[in-house]
Design a protein around this ligand. Structure first.
Ligand code: AMP
Length: 370
């Protein structure tokens, strides 16, 4: 059993690391971070080491975890043999970094996905279009995020353009890998499930939430997702299979589409997730605290909700904070990041109050973010 003087070494120092550290500090632990970007938000909460300073980072840490999904698997595997090891396991990271491996795992566990094909050449792409039909989504199998590295092929005339845009990833770049062609799904909504598994195999689930993306970036999460009782059960069953198959420890996120054929799994994130930020105020134990508890071998906290919540991301520029804070039921989280187009720099969780309905406050806050 670890004691509360220990230090958690986190790979990545972004806002997820910052919020993990807020929970760890609350529980009596300290954090250090491995991060190359300057002015990392997590630097406010602990020492940041560059990848050149891996040895110092290891020396200062007792146990390791991660908040950055594109952390090299080699680094995570190395840390698995240092001190008390790394959670979640590097195998989960490896699967999550490769859309083809991820889809293969879903299929192995009988978790429905869109039909897909690996694409390593223009011929493959043409074959995938013939077999899967159009439209389809061509994606890089590695390294994409927030909708980047994707091309929707609507007509046969788009095929060459899509290959021209993404084909380079097959042989070029830092990590050459095939592309993946996915059948285009006409979903009614996008949802995600956050689960957590402790070191003793204990599991917990937050309620399924509904996500709205703008330009490929998460804009809004509604927790819990409305009318989702059956969906919750199905998603939890899938999550449980994934957690157990991966011998997972920590928070795992499963992103899904709701289609006329039920839930279709899109991808997993082996970490705390933007669609779980509402849990800081909206759940009995936040995703961040539960991740820290799981990694450190502590008992998991209750995942039940305190109040229904809506989380709005602050993207591009900060709102007028004075005006924002005049609204009751508003919880603002500033990431201490510079304003930049398309960048997540904060989030706001809105909760209902005695005097105002949730939807009304959400509307007012959304106006401040325009
Ligand atoms: P991803 O990077 O896989 O999360 O994709 C980013 C966004 O693109 C998703 O949130 C969906 O809105 C959309 N998308 C991804 N895959 C598909 C698909 N196969 N069919 C339709 N839309 C998709």
């Amino acid at each position: 059993m670890t004691t509360p003087t220990q230090t958690l070494g986190i790979l990545g120092g972004g806002q997820l690391g910052m919020m993990l550290a807020q929970s760890a500090l609350k529980l009596g632990y300290t954090c250090v971070f491995l991060e190359d970007a300057p002015h990392a938000p997590a630097s406010l909460y602990g020492q940041v080491y560059s990848s050149q300073q891996l040895d110092e980072f290891v020396a200062k840490s007792d146990i390791f975890s991660l908040e950055f999904e594109n952390t090299p698997v080699a680094t995570a595997s190395y840390l698995a043999d240092q001190k008390q090891g790394i959670y979640p396991p590097p195998t989960a990271l490896a699967v999550a970094q490769d859309r083809l491996a991820e889809k293969a795992l879903f299929n192995e566990l009988d978790i429905p996905t869109v039909p897909y094909r690996a694409v390593s050449s223009l011929d493959d792409l043409q074959g995938a279009c013939d077999e899967l039909g159009l439209p389809l989504v061509l994606k890089t199998s590695r390294g994409g995020y927030d909708g980047k590295g994707q091309f929707v092929i609507k007509t046969t005339s788009d095929i060459a353009t899509a290959w021209g845009e993404l084909g380079g990833a097959v042989t070029g770049g830092a990590m050459p890998a095939p592309l993946i062609a996915e059948g285009f799904i006409h979903f009614s909504r996008e949802v995600s499930l956050i689960g957590v598994r402790g070191r003793t195999g204990e599991v917990g689930f937050y309620p399924l939430v509904e996500n709205v993306h703008t330009n490929g970036i998460l804009a809004k999460t509604t927790a819990p997702a409305p009318n989702a009782d059956t969906l919750n059960q199905t998603a939890q069953a899938s999550m449980k299979k994934l957690l157990e198959k991966l011998d997972y420890v920590g928070v795992l996120t499963l992103e899904l589409f709701v289609s006329e054929n039920g839930l279709i799994a899109n991808e997993i994130a082996p970490r705390v997730h933007n669609s779980g930020h509402w849990t800081i105020e909206g759940a009995n134990t936040s995703q961040f605290e539960n991740h820290v508890r799981a990694v450190l071998g502590l008992p998991l906290g209750d995942t039940g909700i305190v109040k229904p919540s809506v989380m709005l991301n602050v993207i591009d520029k900060y709102p007028n904070v004075n005006e924002l804070l005049t609204h009751a039921g508003v919880h603002f989280h500033h990431y201490h990041k510079a304003e930049r187009d398309g960048r997540k720099i904060g989030h706001i969780t809105v909760m209902p109050t005695d005097s105002e309905k949730l939807a009304e406050t959400v509307q007012k806050v959304a106006r401040l973010l325009q």
